[in-house]
Design a protein around this ligand. Structure first.
Ligand code: NAD
Length: 336
């Protein structure tokens, strides 16, 4: 297939080109711009587009793609909240994704955020470089015996359960469907309210859907334990950032670890270090000593990139050869 790869970074090109050379023969054209209404014309004449989390694959873009002859959208990620699946189906454009590449990468990054916030590694790093060896303000707590609330126990959530059980934590879970593996690991399913009330650490691992949009709002924060640690490595819009900022100011939220942010598409994956930050909400988040933000890097391991490249190209090969693609996303799967 002739594939326009949007939002290409050097690492995307490296891993996709390697995998293509090894076992596929697609014609890949790497494009730096994001896919949106203004750039969709670049895909004219291409059989497929390959996109990432912040490309805009809405009805308008899909109509332009269809008019240009494109018949497949290959997401090189798991989440598909940025694709209008109903419009894709109506236009006869197949949407495929990489449902699993390395749940370990995201689960381990979640653990990294928890440990960084608890033991204040982000602050200690700067202190030591500044010749300040005082410990005041760096006091942490033992994870052993603490209660972790895992919201969403699919592939990533269950790995978070495994890791936190390894630390000796009690783990409470909430999901629409219980995962027996989480129960085997000793986790307990409870209502969302009970999880909010009892957890010392709340970590989000479900997809962004209309049901999970602003799942963590002012009412949810009010139900949580005072000083709770909140971690979001899922999708930014699951958290109402303004409500969290109020929680941080009042001390209701004691720690915040984010790998995703509601307005991240204006910021993440680009070097903006020479540009004035215009997002006042994000700027406010950066002022808190008990907030650690990473720029959607939880997936970013060598293993994950190899796996993403192989699955993305196999998905395209499946579509090209007319075979069933197990990783096809249908409108029935739900999209926002
Ligand atoms: P998954 O499909 O294996 O698991 C998702 C779980 O969420 C399922 O068990 C599902 O039943 C549950 N769920 C769905 N709606 C729910 C709701 N309303 N309330 C509670 N639970 C609900 O997905 P996964 O591979 O574990 O990934 C989870 C999410 O992590 C993805 O949707 C994506 O948004 C995010 N993600 C982030 C990164 C990153 O780099 N930060 C990388 C990969 C995935």
């Amino acid at each position: 297939m002739k594939v326009a790869v949007f939002s290409t970074k050097p690492y995307d090109e490296q891993f996709l080109a390697q995998a293509n050379q090894a076992s596929h023969q697609h014609e890949l054209v790497f494009l730096e711009p994001r896919l949106n209404a203004a750039t969709a014309a670049l895909a004219k004449g291409f059989d497929a587009v390959c996109v990432f989390v912040n490309d805009q694959v809405d009805a308008n873009v899909l109509e332009q793609l269809a008019a240009g002859g494109t018949r497949a959208v290959a997401l090189r990620c798991a989440g598909f909240n940025n694709v209008d699946l109903k419009a894709a189906e109506r236009l006869g454009i197949a949407v495929v994704r990489v449902p699993a590449y390395s749940p370990y990468a995201v689960a381990e990054h979640t653990a990294a955020l928890i440990l960084t916030l608890n033991r204040q590694i982000h602050r200690a790093y700067h202190r030591i470089r500044d010749g300040n060896f005082a410990l005041d303000g760096l006091l942490g707590f033992d994870l052993r015996g603490r209660t972790v609330g895992v919201v969403g126990t699919g592939q990533i959530g269950v790995e978070v359960v495994r890791i936190m059980r390894g630390f000796g934590c009690r783990v409470l879970c909430y999901d629409l469907h219980a995962n027996p593996e989480a129960q085997t690991l000793g986790a307990e399913y409870v209502s969302l309210d009970e999880l909010f009330r009892k957890a010392d650490i709340v970590t989000l691992h479900c997809p962004l859907t209309p049901d999970t949009h602003h799942l963590i709002d002012a009412a949810a924060v009010a139900k949580m334990k005072k000083g709770v640690m909140l971690i979001n490595t899922s999708r930014g819009a699951m958290v109402d950032t303004a409500a969290i900022i109020e929680g941080l100011k009042s001390g209701q939220v004691g720690y915040l670890g984010l790998d995703v942010y509601e307005e991240e598409s204006d910021l993440f994956f680009e070097d903006l270090s020479n540009i004035v930050l215009k997002d006042d909400v994000f700027a406010r988040l950066l002022t808190f000593p008990n907030v650690v933000i990473t720029g959607h890097q939880a997936f970013f391991t060598r293993n994950a990139l190899e796996s993403i490249a192989h699955t993305t190209l196999s998905n395209l090969t499946d579509l090209e050869t007319g075979g069933e693609c197990a990783n096809r996303v249908l409108a029935a799967n739900g999209s926002t």
